[in-house]
Ligand binder design. Structure first.
Ligand SMILES: [Zn+2]
Length: 292
């Protein structure tokens, strides 16, 4: 049984939060050394709470935490990075929510995930710095997906045929999501559930998987290739996680209303709720709660 007198200090990014009882919140946070944790922020929904401002969604904070029987209790919090620019733009919020949802989905409690921690912070900083460059930020999401898959041991095979082991050539090869990668034409053509993958799609996936973001920031790829790479990775993630992701649905719906958004001239801080009457992304919903 946990000893109430023990406490610890950790850095954390707030991945998710939900209301609990009248005044509290349960936060899902990600830490560099203790993996994912569920913590309770007592009284954080009260207007007088000194903690509330430090526990915003996506924030990078320093926490003092007291161990307890169910959820450990946040006793002190201080913001290290609040990512204010990111919060001004609904597209950036949805991308940040997607990144946080994937980290939440792939990680567990009590493991050391320092490389994933570094990856998460790099992406949040990047989203915070360039909200107007949609093409680059979509590319960032693809790079993030591939790096996260690699770090978690689910890297798709993109270089050698999963059947015969030969190096894949720049021709139309075959992708088999359940098998975890690509087959050469000889091995893949007759394979059940395999689909052709365009050489340019495979090339960009390979390029993203083996390079650091710093060297990719200026990369431009055609929209067709970008969408094809997105489709492959989305379906691969769903295959691995055996479920869909809330935030992808939200991103797709944002894309469907470009005219409305361009015409409104307003910054995207308006609530995401209720545009089409469906339940919006949990994360953006939490973000838009009037709790300040
Ligand atoms: Zn082969």
């Amino acid at each position: 049984m946990a000893d109430r007198s023990r406490s610890y200090r950790t850095r954390a990014v707030i991945l998710r939060r939900r209301n609990y009882s009248d005044a509290d919140r349960i936060l899902t946070v990600f830490t560099p050394r203790m993996g994912k944790r569920m913590l309770i922020a007592k009284g954080s929904r009260k207007t007088t709470s000194r903690q509330a401002g430090h526990l915003e969604l996506f924030s990078h904070a320093n926490l003092q935490v007291a161990q307890a029987r169910t959820w450990d209790i946040i006793t002190e919090s201080a913001t290290l990075e609040s990512f204010l620019q990111l919060r001004k733009d609904l597209d950036s919020i949805s991308r940040a929510a997607y990144i946080c949802e994937l980290v939440d989905a792939f990680t567990a409690e009590d493991d050391d995930y320092e490389p994933v921690w570094e990856l998460l912070l790099l992406c949040l900083r990047e989203l915070d710095g360039a909200s107007d460059d949609a093409e680059r930020l979509d590319l960032l999401l693809r790079w993030f997906e591939l790096q996260l898959l690699r770090l978690m041991g689910f890297q798709p095979e993109l270089f050698a045929c999963l059947g015969c082991g030969d190096d894949l050539q720049p021709v139309e090869n075959f992708l088999q999501l359940n098998a975890g990668g690509v087959f050469c034409p000889n091995c893949g053509r007759a394979l059940r559930g395999a689909e052709p993958i365009n050489p340019s799609t495979l090339r960009i996936l390979r390029h993203l998987s083996r390079n650091q973001w710093q060297s990719l920031r200026g990369l431009r790829i055609g929209r067709t290739t970008a969408l094809a790479a997105e489709s492959v990775l989305q379906r691969y993630l769903v295959t691995i996680l055996e479920r869909g992701l809330n935030s992808t649905d939200f991103i797709y719906r944002l894309r469907q209303v470009p005219a409305e958004r361009a015409g409104s001239g307003e910054p995207a801080t308006r609530s995401a709720a209720g545009r089409d009457g469906r339940r919006p992304l949990d994360a953006a919903n939490s973000y838009s709660e009037a709790d300040r």
